[in-house]
Design a protein around this ligand. Structure first.
Ligand code: MEV
Length: 329
């Protein structure tokens, strides 16, 4: 038997511009996590679910059961592969088995649970991938390096999200604050003094692929204009990193506002996000911005420990579906 877990993540600064090679800052969120347990099972266990292949021969994919009760999924790998576009879970399982050189695994069960809200910018998909890769490779006694885990998780993200920068899988794999530049070796950073954020979920699920795709169209139509906007974001990220490292976290408030304004320009905010950003600031947040793909999903509000509860409840009253108070350290 093997078990692995992976945290959620939030992007503090630099989403979207990071796709265009500007730096971004992201941190793990350890209050939420994905958990994966794998275990070999008796083949009899599958009598109910197993079917025969066309040739009447049994296929090992029928003896690999995936349980994800949070999303109501109880399926064999074969059934997941039968969809017209293979399920992300099937892809990551197949690729992990290939990487560890297992071509016909014995009957096994993979159980996935997660407390990370789905499609909200907290990296639930990447966290599930990372936990599956680690649990499955451990089950076959071939644990993979962080680099290999990260690469495999990135390949899965690429199949399902178009052109991801790789920031989500990187921060989740390493579970450390990351200063991320696409294609460059991972750089972690220190948090000089802890600071508190309220993460609020708009409850609107918005595919990152679409906001990234729409921005790409704008960029293609006027590259110099958008490159200049991305440069501004890159500048904010660098100042924010220094502020975090030197413990001057209050400075992050205005930087978050400036980053949010640039994200609005990129058309990846939404009336709901803008309304909640305003509600957070009216309730005493020092700054706020959307986080991740935008158009829905989550926003972040910088707060003092004393004002955290008040900002969180103002956000709920203003329509946020869930809030999470987290300390970055
Ligand atoms: C999504 O979490 C972050 C984006 O910058 C996309 C990406 O980096 O792949 C919007």
């Amino acid at each position: 038997m093997s078990h692995a877990s992976a945290p959620g993540k939030i992007i503090l600064f630099g989403e979207h511009a990071v796709v265009y090679n500007r730096p971004a800052l992201a941190v793990p969120v350890t209050q939420v996590q994905a958990d994966v347990t794998t275990d070999f099972v008796e083949t009899d266990f599958f009598t109910e679910t197993r079917s025969k292949t066309d040739g009447g021969e049994e296929n090992w994919e029928n003896s690999l059961l995936i349980e994800a009760p949070d999303i109501g999924l109880f399926s064999t790998l074969r059934a997941l592969l039968a969809d017209s576009t293979p399920h992300p879970l099937a892809t990551v399982i197949i690729r992990t088995l290939q990487t560890v050189g297992v071509t016909r695994p014995p009957a096994l069960k993979i159980r996935i649970t997660s407390t990370i809200p789905v499609a909200s910018g907290l990296g639930s998909g990447a966290a599930v991938s990372v936990a599956i890769i680690r649990a499955l490779s451990a089950l076959f006694e071939q644990p993979l390096s962080d680099e290999q885990v990260n690469q495999l998780a990135y390949e899965t993200e690429k199949l399902h999200h178009g052109t991801p920068s790789g920031i989500d899988n990187t921060v989740i794999t390493y579970a450390k604050p990351v200063y991320f530049v696409r294609g460059q070796p991972i750089e972690t950073f220190q948090v000089g003094a802890p600071f508190t954020l309220v993460i609020a979920d708009t409850g609107i699920s918005a595919p990152t692929k679409e906001s990234v795709g729409d921005l790409k169209k704008l960029w293609e139509a006027n590259k110099s204009r958008w490159e200049a906007v991305f440069d501004q974001v890159g500048g904010i990220v660098k100042v924010a990193r220094k502020a975090i490292e030197s413990g001057k976290w209050e400075v992050l408030g205005p930087l978050m506002d400036a980053n949010h304004a640039l994200l609005q320009k990129m058309t990846v905010s939404s009336p709901e996000l803008d309304r909640l950003v305003l509600a957070a600031e009216t309730a005493g947040a020092l700054g706020a911005k959307l986080s991740g793909g935008g158009r829905g999903g989550n926003l972040l509000a910088l707060v003092t420990p004393a004002s955290a509860e008040q900002v969180a409840s103002a956000l709920l009253s203003a329509g946020a579906k869930q809030t999470l108070i987290t300390t970055i350290q």
